[in-house]
Design a protein around this ligand. Structure first.
Ligand code: NAD
Length: 432
């Protein structure tokens, strides 16, 4: 059944241009392939909870500002809600709803004991001091109150948030909880600094997971990792780690773009050196060992592999039409618009979907949560080994399902995840 029919049945107004409807549409279309019953499709068509908060923060100059924050909890049939917190001026409810639904799929695909959630605050962090950001984060955490918790909903970093923000969130939560439960309370968020219950390997986890998937799937598609070249859209956490770890395996970065500009060098750009430059200069612009290039030239770069790792839906149909890459490995969530997605698939570009490629972040978050709850410590070697096992298993299950269903990797990944969710619903039944 089409999503429009499901929404009509539920009495909800459907809009094709809306990122949430587009995301749910792809997920539910794939679930048709595994004959998911209509009642389960309806349950997954809308999030379980949508929490919206408005809260005041005192600025350094004594003024007050009211901020808007969100936490959307899409589904928890497999376990506590799990998903990042985004600080960005473009954050909106439908955007967060789409990302929460993706988290449900991602956790199910890797078979983690979690459901899906996402949150955020509409803020341009560049306009605020560190003290203001700390007060805002703490006040947001207290406004969320009992809507988050180590056994209920566990946030993590996303665009615009980092280990320091997670530390402020955890510290606020701990201070507001019973003194008898403070050790376990650290597990309320993941992606914390190492000195405060964080995990080895969390910083690079998403890039590392992406490289495990690429290394598993590309050779069978006829590419030798030692010989391929690639371009990266977005050189933040996911993009820069993905680039550095691919480089470690012998691949060469030819083009890269972030919010500050685009670079090209046919002889290769050293990802480690660029990461160092970018962290000191707030972006890649001005890097002296590559040529500055235009946005169009970046998209048109003749590379084997493109890794989009910036914001959602940056690859529009116009941009898709100039791509020369042979494979896209989605580091960021929903990097293509639906039209661009259709175009690239129809034109022979293979796409490894985000729910598979970027699930390394939530997987190492799961390891951090386990360590916090057991008051234990895992070495980086153990983290990498466990991450590798789960990523390779998910990649192979998606590959097998794509063959079984004779479909693209998006449909295969969504069907594989939905099949796991369907089994859980069928075993548990619908309460009461
Ligand atoms: P980040 O904030 O560290 O990096 C984002 C990058 O995108 C930056 O390099 C920024 O310059 C670039 N960017 C922003 N606007 C741009 C524009 N207009 N043009 C070109 N580049 C632009 O964020 P991140 O954590 O690396 O996340 C990137 C994506 O990966 C997001 O979709 C996020 O949801 C997803 N993701 C992240 C993680 C994680 O662990 N960090 C996990 C799963 C998914």
């Amino acid at each position: 059944m089409t999503l429009k029919k499901i929404f009509d049945k539920m009495g909800i107004r459907y809009s094709e241009d809306n990122i949430y409807f587009q995301t749910i549409n792809s997920i539910l279309s794939a679930s048709d392939k595994i004959n998911m019953p209509l009642n389960l499709q309806m349950m997954l068509a809308e999030p379980k909870n949508e929490v919206m908060v408005h809260f005041p923060v005192e600025l350094d100059n004594g003024d007050w500002e009211i901020f808007k924050g969100y936490r959307v909890q899409h589904n928890n049939i497999l376990g506590p809600y799990k998903g990042g917190i985004r600080f960005h001026p473009e954050v909106s409810l439908d955007h967060i709803k789409a990302l929460a639904a993706m988290m449900t799929i991602k956790c199910a695909l890797v078979k983690l004991p979690y459901g899906g959630a996402k949150g955020g605050v509409r803020i341009d962090s560049r306009n605020y001091s560190v003290d203001e950001m700390e007060r805002m984060t703490r006040r947001f955490t207290s406004a969320l109150g009992g809507n988050i918790g180590p056994s209920y909903d566990i946030p993590a970093p996303d665009v615009g948030t980092n280990a320091q923000i997670m530390a402020w969130m955890a510290d606020t939560y701990i201070n507001l909880s019973s003194p008898h439960n403070r050790l376990n309370s650290r597990a309320v968020v993941t992606g914390k600094p190492l000195a405060f219950g964080g995990s080895e390997g969390r910083d690079k986890a998403t890039g590392q997971g992406l490289v495990f998937v690429v290394a598993e799937l590309l050779p069978e598609m006829g590419y030798d990792l030692k010989k391929i070249n690639f371009s990266i859209l977005g050189f933040g956490n996911v993009g820069s780690w993905g680039a550095r770890l691919l480089q470690e395996r012998g691949s060469t970065m030819h083009a890269v773009m972030d919010h500050s500009g685009a670079l090209y060098n046919a002889n290769g750009i050293d990802a480690d050196d660029l990461a160092d430059y970018s962290s000191k200069n707030g972006g890649i612009k001005g890097y002296p060992k590559a040529d500055e290039t235009s946005e169009d030239e970046f998209y048109a770069a003749d590379v084997d592999l493109l890794i989009p790792a910036a914001l959602e839906q940056m690859i529009t149909l116009d941009r898709a039409k100039i791509l020369k890459c042979k494979v896209i490995a989605e580091g960021g969530n929903v990097p293509l618009t639906p039209e661009a997605e259709k175009y690239v698939l129809a034109n022979g570009i293979d796409v490894l979907p985000a729910v598979l490629c970027n699930s390394g972040g939530v997987t190492v978050s799961y390891f951090e949560w386990q360590q916090n709850r057991q008051a234990s410590y895992w070495s980086l070697k153990k983290i990498d080994a466990e991450l590798g096992k789960l990523m390779v298993s998910a990649a192979n299950r998606v590959k097998i399902r794509a063959k079984e269903l004779d479909c693209d990797m998006y449909t295969a990944a969504y069907s594989e995840a939905m099949s796991y969710i369907k089994d859980a619903y069928e075993i548990r039944g619908i309460f009461p």
